[in-house]
Design a protein around this ligand. Structure first.
Ligand SMILES: [Zn+2]
Length: 123
């Protein structure tokens, strides 16, 4: 028996949760989803990331049960499974020595995803 197992096992699922969070792109995706469900192309547009890359990170976030998805016709929308994740992130952010600047983003008015097309920006 592994000498470390008694120590690590009780913390494995917690460590897996933090591993899922410990990636800049995944944190940025979670911040986009904080504002509501979104399709891959919406996240891709706002963050200026490639679709394949966003999809890969969303898959990891889904495997970690941080994010869920639903289909609506041809479209797939991703949403936060448990909003308590933002309590964790906000507390972590508060522990940083300096406040984080706002996330750099492309304005949603430039997005052509299904949701932004159906409900064009009112501004
Ligand atoms: Zn959009």
């Amino acid at each position: 028996m592994n000498e470390n197992s008694a120590f690590t096992d009780p913390y494995d699922s917690l460590a897996a949760l933090f591993r899922a969070l410990s990636h800049p792109a995944r944190l940025a995706i979670l911040e986009v989803l904080r504002e509501g469900e979104a399709c891959v192309c919406h996240i891709e547009t706002l963050l200026g990331l490639r679709q394949a890359y966003v999809s890969q990170q969303l898959m990891l976030l889904r495997q970690s049960r941080l994010v869920s998805m639903r289909r609506q016709g041809w479209n797939v929308f991703y949403y936060i499974s448990d909003p308590r994740v933002f309590e964790v992130l906000d507390q972590a952010r508060a522990m940083l020595p300096a406040p984080l600047p706002p996330l750099p983003r492309t304005p949603a008015s430039q997005c052509t995803c299904p949701k932004c097309r159906i409900a064009p920006q009112m501004q």
